[in-house]
Design a protein around this ligand. Structure first.
Ligand code: NAI
Length: 256
């Protein structure tokens, strides 16, 4: 089976919308998450002929490898698209968040992502035209105040994406990332104070818009460059403007 997608963090938010969208397009969806109850409700929504669910904690290598192997047993060893989406956010003044929480953000968002990439490589390699869509974030373009460890983790995702897109090209595997700004999901709803910055920037996406961007990567496989959506216009500025300018704007928005 060639049209198959494995999604981490599939039980909620962006991952769940991506699962729904790909299932509606006739793809077979492997939905991985650590939230067992939410996974069960997704499976009953999509049906077990269109979806397999896998209880996976992305920081636990054994569960990642088991989840991928179980998925591959349904797809004949194929993995056409890996949506590396599981992530967590911790918002607040850097010094007031304890180190264990900062460490968890980096572990899930960076080590977890790497663990899944490592485990998925043999299946991606075995699938012609395989693609990876990592979730970085608009905060991978800036160091956002109150998002220090999250911003750091998403910068790491950007760098992993750039490196692997080149490194895995000989294996016919394209790697890109999406860089959405504020998306209205449980992640930001639980961190209301942290979403204020993005609200001031006037951006508010729903998860189905991001899911459509994942699908767009399938339809336009040559467009495997970072996609920042509403931040796209700001991306060249962030890349080329003196950091002092970007920082001045952020400082102003943060203090409002
Ligand atoms: P969410 O909190 O709504 O959903 C995240 C899902 O990941 C949950 O189902 C959760 O159980 C799962 N998860 C968390 N840790 C896990 C782990 N260790 N192993 C397996 N599953 C785990 O979050 P949302 O908003 O859907 O975010 C998805 C991705 O998009 C994340 O990587 C996030 O950083 C990124 N993103 C989100 C934005 C937003 O504003 N919501 C903006 C930019 C990027």
């Amino acid at each position: 089976m060639n049209n198959c997608i494995f999604i981490t963090g599939a039980a909620a938010g962006i991952g769940r919308e991506t699962a729904r969208l790909f299932a509606s397009k006739g793809w077979f969806v492997g939905a991985a998450d650590r939230d067992e109850a939410a996974l069960a409700s997704l499976e009953s929504e999509l049906g077990d002929d269109r979806c397999s669910t896998h209880i996976v904690d992305v920081v636990d290598e054994t569960s990642v490898r088991q989840g991928l192997a179980d998925f591959a047993s349904r797809t004949g060893g194929r993995l056409r698209l890996l949506h590396n989406n599981a992530g967590i956010l911790k918002v607040g003044p850097f010094e007031k968040i304890n180190l264990a929480a900062h460490r968890a953000v980096v572990e899930v968002n960076v080590i977890g992502l790497m663990t899944v990439l490592h485990g998925a490589f043999p299946y991606l390699k075995a699938t012609p035209g395989a693609q990876v869509v990592n979730m970085s974030s608009a905060s991978a373009a800036y160091g956002i105040p109150d998002f220090a460890s999250y911003s750091a983790s998403k910068h790491a995702v950007r760098a992993m994406t750039e490196a692997l897109d080149i490194e895995w090209e000989p294996h016919d595997i394209r790697v890109c990332d999406l860089m959405p700004p504020f998306v209205n999901t449980g992640m930001v709803q639980q961190n209301e104070q942290g979403s204020r910055l993005f609200e001031r920037l006037g951006v508010n996406l729903t998860p189905d818009v991001v899911a459509a961007q994942v699908w767009a990567q399938v339809e336009q496989p040559r467009l495997h460059r970072p996609v920042s959506m509403q931040f796209r216009a700001l991306w060249p500025i962030a890349k080329s403007a003196p950091t002092s300018l970007t920082r001045r704007v952020l400082r102003k928005l943060w203090r409002q």
